[in-house]
Design a protein around this ligand. Sequence first.
Ligand SMILES: *Cc1c(COP(=O)(O)O)cnc(C)c1O
Length: 391
Amino acid sequence: MKRELTKGRFPIEKFSGVTTPFYYYDTTLLRNTLRTINEECKSYDNFNVHYAVKANANPKVLSIISQAGLGADCVSGGEIRASLKSGFPANKIVFAGVGKSDWEINLALDADIFCFNVESVPELEVINELAAAKNTVARVCLRINPNVGAHTHANITTGLAENKFGIAMEDMLPTIERIKEMKHIEFLGLHFHIGSQILDMGDFEALCNRINELQDLLEKHQVKVSNINVGGGLGVSYDHPNRQPIPNFHDYFKTYASHLRLRPGQELHFELGRAVVAQMGSLITKVLYVKQGTYKQFVIVDAGMTDLIRPALYQAYHKIENLSSNEPAATYDVVGPICESSDVFAKAVDLNTAHRGDLIALRSAGAYGEIMASQYNCRPLPKGYITEDFI
Ligand SMILES: *Cc1c(COP(=O)(O)O)cnc(C)c1O
């Protein structure tokens, strides 16, 4: 097997004085990823990409993404605030979520964001009422549950009838009828999001086919649709962060361009989170102890599930590398210090022989890493640093 060059990717000498664990964000890779997205989109003049802020809301990361011209996809009032503060223009912000609080809706109305992605009739009624009180009109897309499965982990599929998200397809037309009575709601179109870490383009193709059916139905009923938002979900290669640092945006956008039958003048929106930020991030942690167990060797590191919960929550795999050692590889279970048996990053992985004090990188940790950190066990939250912090 070709040996992947990793160690040169990190300014390891500069890491020595930094308190571990911490997140390191490779901004060269982030900028290259954003450039690729913009270049792949250029061929389609009606494609609009929003960054799903929930994947990583580090302010330095958000600024770089807003400077690249992407919009923001928010799922809370806090995310709307963070996006505005990081330079995303309000007219490129969309707001989804099954449980929007009144203060969050008011915040979005005051900021005059582009669009609410609405998930129920009761929510529509509240938005209409709050918009009326401000004598304004809220633009909305209806989030439709397309009952399309994604071949991904069960906890991260969202587009099946059994999931809590969105409005059932059979309720779409009656809901649009209701909107006609609401003076403070403007109907823009439809929103979808079928899940996350999707690598099979066939899943997105299935979504396109479903949207085509729904659009035919709406056309029959003379409903004007100006915007279609297909959500996000494009996956990354957790196995090969070095060989595939940038996801295949070309095939992703092409899948939508070839299979979705857009009507003249329609704008297509995407909400990509993981695909933008996963590969540029690593959790850097230090080896505390190497412990010989009865059957195996453990590397006990100072990061735990409080810093990166994905392995414990989704049995997610992160490639692990010993940045400090060139000694022959040995097999270890890599575990954290938290008092939970699920606080295991990986079992039976090969690492260059580990010693106390070695720096370990958990790769592909830029998405759903730092932002999901908790203070369980009264631990401090990990800090996030970008490349420029070490220059
Ligand atoms: C989480 C989420 C996204 C982003 O998903 P990724 O898999 O990170 O691309 C997009 N849209 C909505 C509505 C979401 O909830």
